[in-house]
Design a protein around this ligand. Sequence first.
Ligand code: ZN
Length: 506
Amino acid sequence: MTPKAQESLDQLKKISREISILGTCGALLGWDERTHMPPGGAEFRAEQSGYLAGLTHKRLVDPRIGELLEALRADGLGNGNYSPEAAIVREIGRAYDRATKIPQSLVEEITKCASLGETAWAKARKQSDYSIFKPWLTKMIGLKKQEAEAVGYEDDPYDALLDDFEPGATVKAIEAAFTPLRVELVKLLDKIKNSQRKPDVGILDRRYPVDKQEDFGRLAAKAIGFDFERGRLDVTVHPFCTGIGPGDTRITTRYHETNFTGSFFGILHESGHGIYDQGLNRQEFGNPLGDAISLGIHESQSRMWENQVGRSRAFWEYFYPTAQKHFPEALGNVSLDAFYFAINDVRPSFIRTESDEATYNLHIMLRFEMERAIFSGDLTVDDVPAVWNEKFTSYFGITPSKDSDGCLQDVHWSAGLIGYFPTYTLGNLYSAQFFAQAKKDVGDMYAMFRRGEFAPLKKWLNDNIHHHGQRYRADELVQRVTGKPLSHEALLAYMTEKFGKLYSFA
Ligand code: ZN
């Protein structure tokens, strides 16, 4: 790199760091709002957050960034180069291009439509009346089409929306993994449904004192590698994880006395996000090399600790005696096998957020297919409820009796989050692919879990995934780490083996 290019890069990193600092201030306000703020603070908090978001946006579209990018791109630091410097230019460039291509008037219209649309959606869901939400969905789809045109795309306008959540992902690559996964999952679900073996899930709804749940959750989060010197666990309504900056990662959960799994697996899930955040290179904070890649890769980390690790038999061989000590009333007379089966119960259900590890992806793929069809015009907004129910019946074998259990259950479409759903299943696919590779590289991981050793897996994730920041895009990282492109195979193999044993059909 020429000295002049180096100077441009340094300047770009400096601006990027300032934008990141503004972003983390917003994150702290957001964390406080959802954990500690009294209701009376809501109005002023909205003003604070709005002002900060405005400042951040102003910095994000600073023409100086455009000049620096232009100079660096002219110097050969653009796409198709995976050097750390090129990655900085590529990713700052992506955010800058996106932010400057979408007209401010369109951004404002989308924000307004999302706000009013969410209110309409909440009412529609409450009354299970799709007609209340329909005009807002129509409007939002129209606005999102304008956004896609403004951003630009190669093959499919939907790719421009995906790019906001999963940079570089395409409909083509996603469909290549999702379609065979869906076909095989429907078959797997059929086998599970036809099995005579069923777990006693009632044991999970017994009395689990909240203070003991918190104690046990913290103990597990610490054991898998969430660093409480550089993080906190607090209580909220809708759990999340947020990075406040180097050395400060916040995770959250919620407790119900008669629901053990919600809080416990929630803590493992958010710890997985938190371990990713804590594993980022803090020297690179404020530029893409110190930032997470995408929603899908983030979700791969949370789902790995929650499912591949936390719902494995080996994990519970280590933790179950401690669980029994914490909850003698609920688990004292329950065998490890009965408990392990109960936490891996699979059954078709209407609500995505309450679904199990195996059916979850069918919920997501249905939404992906629906929004693709609405977006391309193959499906009219009028036909959404009927087509939803039709698809649902063919994948799950049950039919929602009301739209609040069907197409009205999720907030995403009303909020303009179109192209977001696929990142959940991408997360599960990446997770399975990474975990299969980690097992090869690290050795007998389940034997390690049985001994309570989780550090080798965490280190593997630190080295192979977290440490790179955004140096590679998700698809490139998967190829580099596992030697294979994104595919349904690892996830399907993992599920077939696990559920085949539990439900005795393997
Ligand atoms: Zn998550």
